[in-house]
Design a protein around this ligand. Structure first.
Ligand code: CA
Length: 226
């Protein structure tokens, strides 16, 4: 049974989410503020955290950051009342796996929860650390270093890199990447993949315009070579 922790300060919302998630067969715990949420997360070790952005005693961004520092394997879905793009982007940069803007339908949230759990738990295991050229990547800690200097990746860039590593030597299409790394979300296009690949190349390739690791296979997609 998958464990889900809901951190939300609106009592009605909290109860509604708990009931619906329990009906779906999840084991659920709840917390009504940021501090309590972090304490519960440590004790409960959830597979996924549904995290409200605006919380008393520690906001969702700070909670998200701390959760990520502790564990790379807990998935995080953020709830945001604001629809400002910056919140979404910042949430994803801090390591949230997905977000839902309030007001949302419970059906939508449940679909996202399922999608996030599917894509974070059904993948073949990756070695915790891999070397890509002179870059040392630790997927467990979500860290990468080159000659002792930290190289920063967003959560999504890490996911994409992990996907490439898991499919080393094989051609993967943009559609496969969209399905596996982004799940069903509505906004990415195959163009998004190309942009993310460009960013990854900046970080992992010695010469990004003459890539040695993430190769473009014209007419098909990409191939990662170690
Ligand atoms: Ca709130």
């Amino acid at each position: 049974m998958k464990r889900i922790l809901v951190i939300e300060d609106e009592p009605q919302m909290l109860l509604g989410l708990r009931d619906n998630l329990e009906l779906e067969g999840y084991e659920v715990q709840t917390a009504a503020d940021g501090e309590q949420g972090l304490a519960r997360a440590a004790a409960f070790n959830p597979d996924l955290v549904i995290l409200d952005l605006m919380l008393p005693r520690k906001n969702g961004f700070d909670v998200c950051r701390e959760l990520r520092e502790r564990s790379a394997s807990t998935s995080i879905v953020m709830l945001t009342a604001r629809s400002a793009e910056t919140d979404k982007v910042l949430g994803l940069e801090l390591g949230a796996d997905d977000y839902v803007t309030k007001p949302f339908s419970i059906t939508e949230l449940l679909a996202r929860v399922r999608a996030v759990l599917r894509r974070t738990t059904s993948r073949p295991p990756t070695e915790d650390t891999v070397r890509i050229g002179d870059l040392e990547v630790d997927f467990k800690l979500h860290q990468a270093r080159r000659e002792k200097r930290r190289v920063e990746f967003t959560a999504r860039e890490f996911e994409l890199l992990r996907y490439f590593v898991q499919h080393k030597g094989k051609v993967v299409t943009r559609e496969q990447i969209l399905n596996e790394v982004w799940g069903y979300e509505e906004f990415p296009t195959t163009r998004t993949i190309d942009n993310f690949v460009a960013k990854l190349r900046q970080k992992i390739e010695r010469a990004p315009h003459e890539p040695e690791h993430i190769l473009t296979i014209h007419g098909s997609g990409y191939k990662f070579v170690g």
